[in-house]
Design a protein. Structure first.
Length: 228
């Protein structure tokens, strides 16, 4: 193993899936914001967002959103949303970074809005994963941390409904995503990447995935028809 150096990177952006957060503005128009500081536990998710963003404003007001996860082949559409904001005027902390106001984010990205079924927020038709969610809590993040230069929020959301593209489902179990066909867009240190091939089987995957569900939400395992 190589030696380690003690360094001071400006950000710790080590690589997570890109999320396009769909929310609704106060005038009933749609907002779409790319981000990648997100992590999931069960049917819950934590979002790390700049406190001055239009998305945070919308989440505080409506309490609803859709977390749309693009696949790696959608990188051009996602990149068209970079350095844009739904806030007008552009927040002061974003002016120096080159952000500009865009009212029609879907049009700019060339993506198609679809109404949510349980929330008044937009899904993205082209995204293979669409998670309808409501806000559970919003917390200030990084208060007193001299390494964080602007107001941040940690937002917990509760997933209410999951929409998945047929192409990424396990044929024998339609409640499961097939990791061999799901290819998320990954951001690492502000650059775009995709996933490589599976390295080896995982012992964690040896027991049935449905055991992660609370008992009240478990379905009977699928019955396989005998081969002819």
């Amino acid at each position: 193993m190589s030696e380690h150096a003690t360094v001071e990177p400006a950000i710790l952006y080590l690589g997570t899936p890109v999320v396009l957060i769909g929310t609704r503005n106060e005038d009933d128009t749609l907002n779409l914001a790319p981000m990648s500081s997100a992590w999931w536990l069960g049917w819950g998710c934590m979002l790390g967002l700049n406190g001055s963003s239009k998305t945070v404003e919308n989440l505080r007001r409506t309490g609803e959103c859709v977390l749309n996860l693009p696949s790696a082949d959608m990188v051009d559409a996602v990149d068209r949303l970079a350095l844009t904001t739904g806030s007008n005027p552009v927040p002061r902390n974003k002016v120096g970074m080159g952000f500009r106001y865009v009212q029609d984010k879907f049009g700019l990205a060339g993506l198609t809005p679809v109404e949510g079924e349980t929330v008044n927020a937009p899904r993205v038709r082209e995204c293979p994963v669409q998670l309808e969610a409501v806000v559970a809590s919003i917390h200030p993040f990084g208060l007193g941390n001299p390494r964080i230069r602007t107001e941040m929020c940690a937002i917990e959301v509760r997933i209410q409904r999951v929409h998945l593209a047929e192409s990424i489902l396990v044929p024998e179990d339609r409640d499961r995503i097939d990791p061999d066909t799901w290819r998320p867009l990954i951001m690492s240190f502000r650059e775009f990447y995709g996933l490589g091939d599976k390295l080896q089987p995982s012992r964690l995957a040896e027991f049935p995935e449905h055991l992660f569900k609370p008992p009240a939400f478990r379905r009977p395992p699928p019955v396989r028809e005998p081969a002819d």
